[in-house]
Design a protein. Sequence first.
Length: 289
Amino acid sequence: MGNRTEPQNTKAKKILAKTFPWPAQLYTPENLYMTMTQNAKQFELDWDSYAQNYSTKIHQELYSFKRNAWIREIERHIGCLSSKKILDVGTGPGFFPIVLGEKGAFVTGIDNSEKMLDTARANCVHRNLPISFQKMNAETLDFPDSIFDCVIARNITYALSNPEKAYKEWLRVLMPNGFLLIYDANWFHFLVNEEEYKNVMLFLNEYHNITGYRNETYEDEVVKFSSHILSRPLTYYKRPQWDILFFQKQMGICVKVDYNVHTTAYSLDEQFEYRPTPLFVIEVKKYCM
């Protein structure tokens, strides 16, 4: 489904390998599943090791304009948060459970990293909020059908091993007329698309010339997740086009996409930093009335 971007030529691979300090191993459908299976446990361990750094970032967001910006963003999709039952998939250090819980929502945060959950619980310990955290695979949920008003996933879908399975699971646990909100970006498609790759390289030069600094998102984050990124299916598809096709053609469900959410969720500096891969949101309503 959709147009999968194949690694386009050996020249692109050599450019990639020279620019980033790892071998540019681009996966094919034949070895993709095996690689994802082999990397699954290491992926979990890697997320464990990043828990404290991500918790620091979450604290910065909690005490910035982003707290209210994200409340307004979620409310514009699902209305008043009070008494809403919300599932936060890939909750990390617990940003959404905290800010939504403070508005009266009953939030369940799940993550596959125990260390992430430990930091989330620590961040919530003195807040007395209606929040629960559970260790759970995002693609196989241990919940009965139709129990949440809203499912939220922020910057997690790019890392899924089986996005079709995950999306079906997230819809399964939604109540009728519930909303699925997917926040993500085309974070790493440039690694398998030569034209996008060149544009990112030009941007990195521009970023350095203007700021005098390296762009950590593209020069450090890519390196950090390199062994996992290229083994994830959605790296090879242009998004959110792939997601739209999945929901509309396979599931027959209404989809709305906002390509400008980064203008309210990011600071001006972040909008520049993430310019090649702006944040989008996919709004999926379980049943169209």
